[in-house]
Design a protein around this ligand. Structure first.
Ligand SMILES: NC(=O)C1=CN([C@@H]2O[C@H](COP(=O)(O)OP(=O)(O)OC[C@H]3O[C@@H](n4cnc5c(N)ncnc54)[C@H](OP(=O)(O)O)[C@@H]3O)[C@@H](O)[C@H]2O)C=CC1
Ligand SMILES: CC(=O)N[C@@H](CCC(=O)OP(=O)(O)O)C(=O)O
Length: 347
């Protein structure tokens, strides 16, 4: 299908801006309209000067009637918003792709516990499809509502799922240590992201309480058929974009380094956005910056019989807007790279 009409709710946020950047060059997208909850009528390029002459349109009010006429509606809003915003739009026309955490957790008690918000109706959560593209394309294809994965879960899951599924590592003792750039926290200022407190600082936050813990555990059960309790912690790095997540996992008896690497290569041989890096010198956030790539790496520590597994993404692209558009491509039978085939920024 070509000539897609796309609406973006939360266009003024960081995820929204990245959706616009990629959809602007998407050959099958004919029209992009931008919706706001707080700045109706504002000219978008007067808020974001880098879009001058490119997106000079006025921001529109969020109305179900207007949105129902689009082919796709992306929502890039804080958690707790789409749980009430999206149910009236389900099944009335547009494919819905939600970048927030509101539809990712199937157990509503878990959602309430980790997000501390009122959950969406269970029947709508039940029909939502988890949008980890490389692992769920079959279901994504026909989904009415996609729960786009969180940024950390994307980096973690793409790197560890193949090794758990092939029973090369022990899922019961996973220790995951993840670091993120500041754009992961969105554009709303906070104490955590305050420049003078974040710059030249390296901090741990949400210790043992990060909302992505149940999401990662749910996906390990869903895609690799293993129930597990992970240790997962997150750190803020004084840079704008990027996530690097390192998992430490015991390998099962007799497993070799070559088997671990071969498993990743085999799993992703037909997936253009996941690159298996074998030279660690080529691994880092600037190798994926601005792009939809996820770079992964594994190395066995023969002294401890533990594997060190690394996943690297740009949190705003593969961790948010890029994966959301990759999912749209799957839904509309387009090659996954359509509109996303850009080279990382590197420098
Ligand atoms: N930043 C990242 O790296 C990632 C973010 N996410 C998730 O994606 C979502 C968006 O993140 P991000 O873009 O960083 O966040 P931002 O804070 O940058 O932007 C969120 C936008 O949501 C809109 N908004 C706020 N309240 C409401 C409301 N009540 N109704 C409708 N719209 C509202 C605002 O626009 P306006 O005032 O114009 O309506 C705002 O610009 C979040 O749920 C986040 O957790 C997921 C993966 C990665
Ligand atoms: C650096 C930073 O603060 N990152 C955010 C990522 C938030 C996110 O993407 O979370 P949901 O989509 O699950 O709400 C965090 O750690 O909470």
């Amino acid at each position: 299908m070509s000539g897609l009409k796309v609406g973006i709710i939360g266009a003024t946020g960081y995820g929204g801006l990245e959706l616009i950047r990629f959809l602007h060059n998407h050959p099958e997208v004919e029209k992009i309209e931008l919706f706001t909850s707080s700045e109706e009528g504002a000219i978008f390029s007067s808020k974001y000067g880098h879009l001058l002459t490119i997106h000079d349109q006025a921001l529109k009010k969020i109305e179900a009637e207007t949105l129902s006429k689009f082919d796709v509606v992306f929502t890039s809003t804080p958690s707790g918003v789409t749980s009430t915003l999206l149910p009236p739009l389900v099944g009335v026309g547009p494919k819905l792709i939600d970048l927030s955490g509101d539809y990712r957790l199937k157990d509503l008690n878990e959602y309430e516990k980790w997000y501390k918000k009122t959950p969406a109706p269970q029947e709508i959560v039940n029909l939502s499809v988890y949008g980890l593209t490389e692992w769920n394309a079959g279901n994504i294809k026909s989904a009415e509502l996609i729960a786009n994965p969180g940024c950390y879960p994307t980096a973690v899951l793409l790197s560890i799922l193949p090794l758990i599924k092939e029973r090369l590592i022990d899922p019961q003792h996973l220790i995951i240590d993840a670091k993120s750039g500041v754009s992961g926290a969105g554009n709303k200022p906070s104490q955590l992201t305050h420049y003078s407190e974040m710059n030249e600082n390296f901090a741990i936050y949400k210790v043992n309480e990060h909302q992505h813990i149940p999401e990662i555990e749910q996906a390990i059960e869903m895609f690799a058929d293993a129930k597990t309790s992970i240790s997962f912690n997150t750190h803020l790095i004084p840079m704008t974009r990027g996530i690097l997540a390192t998992t430490y996992a015991p390998v099962l008896p007799g497993v070799t380094n070559q088997q671990l690497t071969d498993c990743l290569l085999e799993t992703y041989k037909n997936h253009p956005f996941v690159r298996v890096v074998t030279d660690v010198a080529s691994l880092g956030t600037n190798r994926v910056k601005g792009s939809n790539y996820c770079d992964i790496f594994v190395k066995l520590d023969e002294r401890t019989n533990r594997a060190t597994i690394v996943g690297v993404i740009d949190n705003l692209v593969k961790g948010a807007a890029g994966q959301a558009i990759q999912n749209m491509n799957v839904q509309f039978d387009l090659p996954e790279k359509t509109g996303l085939d850009v080279i990382p920024l590197f420098i």
